[in-house]
Write a protein that binds this ligand. Structure first.
Ligand SMILES: N[C@@H](CCC(=O)N[C@@H](CS)C(=O)NCC(=O)O)C(=O)O
Length: 212
């Protein structure tokens, strides 16, 4: 398997954790987002969206981190990334989507760049935008997890699920943009617990060979 990835990409970080949890070896294809390599003809031929991550598994090419993770879960079910009961699966998916669909897209590189290019936001303004979008999103997820009876050492129970694979990279981004994560005690606790696990540690941005 080949993963098109960038060290600081939180969506790539999710997939790296999933591959690690499932003990799946992979070759990395590094796409330097700050240098614009995601818009190169070579990368666009792989993913016309011009985004990472992309997983290649033989002739199968999959973009979108959650689609990749569900694919991996279907072909390598152990350990599972989703619980068994439909209501529990929906709960884990709803936390995952709240992060992957409602927070991360508002603060990704393409959006902050557009704020600068089209709306005159300087670097401080772009960072403030990202911080506020992350804070707003995490507030709701903190509440969701704090009041749910199944929240354990991880987002759902005591083993990592798709929700933790989304949460830990988003908390990484939160710290990067100066969000005070102590305001989100449940999220901070789950994040600290998960980051102790080898698959999470090995997938961390700073542990990647392309970190610069
Ligand atoms: N929904 C996508 C998001 C992918 C995404 O936003 N990737 C970012 C890095 S985390 C990217 O490639 N950004 C490049 C750009 O915006 O130009 C997923 O989950 O894979």
């Amino acid at each position: 398997m080949r993963l098109h990835t960038y060290w600081r990409s939180s969506a790539s970080f999710r997939v790296r954790i999933g591959l690690g949890l499932k003990h799946l070896g992979f070759e990395s294809v590094f796409v330097h987002l700050r240098r614009g390599e995601q818009k190169s003809p070579t990368h666009l031929a792989v993913n016309p969206q011009g985004l990472v991550p992309v997983l290649e598994d033989g002739d199968t090419v999959i973009a979108q981190s959650l689609a990749i993770l569900e694919y991996l879960d279907e072909i390598h079910p152990d350990p599972p990334l989703l619980p068994k009961a439909p209501a529990d699966r929906a709960h884990v998916r709803s936390i995952s989507y709240a992060i992957a669909c409602e927070i991360q897209p508002l603060q990704n590189l393409g959006v902050t760049k557009a704020l600068g290019e089209s709306f005159d936001a300087d670097a401080d303004g772009q960072a403030r935008w990202s911080r506020e979008m992350i804070e707003r999103g995490l507030e709701a997820i903190e509440e969701l997890l704090a009041r749910h009876p199944a929240t354990g050492t991880c987002c759902f129970g005591d083993t990592p699920s798709l929700a933790d694979l989304c949460l830990v990279p988003q908390i990484y981004n939160a710290r990067r943009f100066g969000v005070d994560t102590a305001c989100f005690p449940t999220l901070a606790r789950v994040d600290a617990h998960c980051r102790e696990m080898p698959a999470f540690a090995a997938a961390a941005p700073e542990a990647q060979p392309d970190a610069d």
